[in-house]
Design a binder for this molecule. Structure first.
Ligand code: SAM
Ligand code: SF4
Ligand code: SF4
Length: 343
């Protein structure tokens, strides 16, 4: 096992399979068009599998497929099968917007995918359209049903809560989660690349969410558990659990064991990192497995990232909004976008 400068192990990898997306969520891809990663630079499934194998030799045991929208990458079951041959992987999961899930769920299940998270910010069709610029809520809900129908257990529904957009739907989403037997997780709105019109007053904090839910449900208890997962879990009086990911108000950088590989093989050690380590270039130049592992090991051992905590420090001096990466810089380097590095 390797650890970084703060003693954090290298454990979980988010593997982005495409930077493209069929939605335009206001908090992630607010523009209509983007500079896409050139196709010839995208890693093949074999290259992704090779790199993942090197990561698992260095301690990674959980991989999450993400994007952009991962279902836009054709033939994903083939990648799932290749990755599942790696016995060091104890968890292979997928995060999706759910739009294309209905037709794919069975093939993913059969290929050996362990778990699915579907992003779901609203249950109102008009609002979904306003938030994502697409009128596809019905497909998402059908996708969620398909995930459950084909046999996946432990489905999670992730909601980015934004004041003035969907902060009045917390109860409705919990009730929907109860109906379909999925755990809802509320994510605080983050000031990451892509969220170019983020402002602090749009962030609905964990404290505020708990207060609203408490008024409806009564006493809410924290679930006590040992976990490096970012979600803090809570219990309602009727036994329903839900999660809150308080990345903005209560960063969890001190235990962060995750890194991100973009679809073109750039490795980022933090969601907020401005620079990554190019793994595609040495891989395609014929570097040995040991040479690439040395690159990964030395990158992780030098890691000092704690992006969300640093943003918090800027907040204390009133300059957090000024840290957002402006749109021109995002256009010059699409890797800085949230949809390139996988959320
Ligand atoms: N397209 C897939 C989806 O939406 O589930 C996977 C990629 S998406 C970038 C991964 C996650 O990042 C989603 O759950 C999304 O809600 C979250 N996300 C994107 N922008 C965010 C922001 N500004 N603040 C908090 N979460 C964000
Ligand atoms: Fe929305 Fe995910 Fe697409 Fe970003 S990548 S616009 S969060 S669906
Ligand atoms: Fe990890 Fe960076 Fe997120 Fe902190 S901001 S939890 S270091 S990815």
């Amino acid at each position: 096992m390797i650890v970084d400068t703060f003693g954090r192990p290298l454990k979980s990898l988010r593997l982005s399979v495409t930077d493209r997306c069929n939605l335009r969520c206001k908090y992630c891809m607010p523009e209509d068009t983007y500079a896409w990663l050139p196709r010839e630079t995208l890693l093949t499934f074999e290259e992704m599998t090779t790199l993942t194998g090197l990561f698992t030799e260095l301690g990674v045991d959980k991989v999450r497929l993400t994007g952009g929208e991962p279902l836009l990458r054709r033939d994903l079951p083939t990648l799932i099968k290749l990755l599942r041959r790696n016995t060091s992987l104890t968890e292979l999961a997928l995060t999706t917007n759910g739009v294309l899930m209905e037709a794919e769920a069975e093939a993913f299940y059969d290929a050996g995918l362990h778990r699915v998270t579907v992003s779901l910010d609203t249950l109102k069709p008009d609002r979904f359209k306003a938030l994502t610029k697409r009128d596809t809520l019905e497909q998402v809900l059908n996708g969620i049903e398909a995930v459950l129908r084909v046999g996946f257990k432990g489905l999670k529904l992730d909601t980015v809560v934004i004041r003035g957009y969907n902060d009045d739907e917390l109860v409705d989403l919990i009730e929907y989660g109860k109906r379909v037997e999925a755990e809802v997780r509320f994510i605080e709105y983050m000031d990451v690349g892509g969220a170019t019109d983020w402002s602090l007053n749009q962030v609905c904090s964990r404290a505020e969410m708990l207060d609203r839910l408490g008024r409806r449900y009564g006493r809410i208890e924290p679930v006590r558990e040992e976990s490096s997962a970012p979600a803090q879990r809570f219990l309602l009086p009727d036994g329903t659990t839900f999660g809150i990911i308080p990345s903005t108000t209560t960063p969890f950088c001190s235990t962060c064991d995750r890194s991100r590989l973009t679809a073109d093989g750039m490795w980022y050690l933090c969601l907020y990192a401005k620079e990554g380590i190019d793994l595609r270039q040495p891989l395609r130049a014929g570097a040995s497995r040991e040479e690439i592992k040395t690159l990964i090991r030395s990158g992780w051992e030098a890691r000092r990232d704690r992006g969300a905590e640093e943003r918090k420090a800027f907040e204390r001096v009133g300059t957090r909004e000024a840290q957002l990466i402006d749109i021109d810089r995002l256009r010059q380097d699409p890797h800085l976008e949230m949809h390139a590095r996988g959320g």
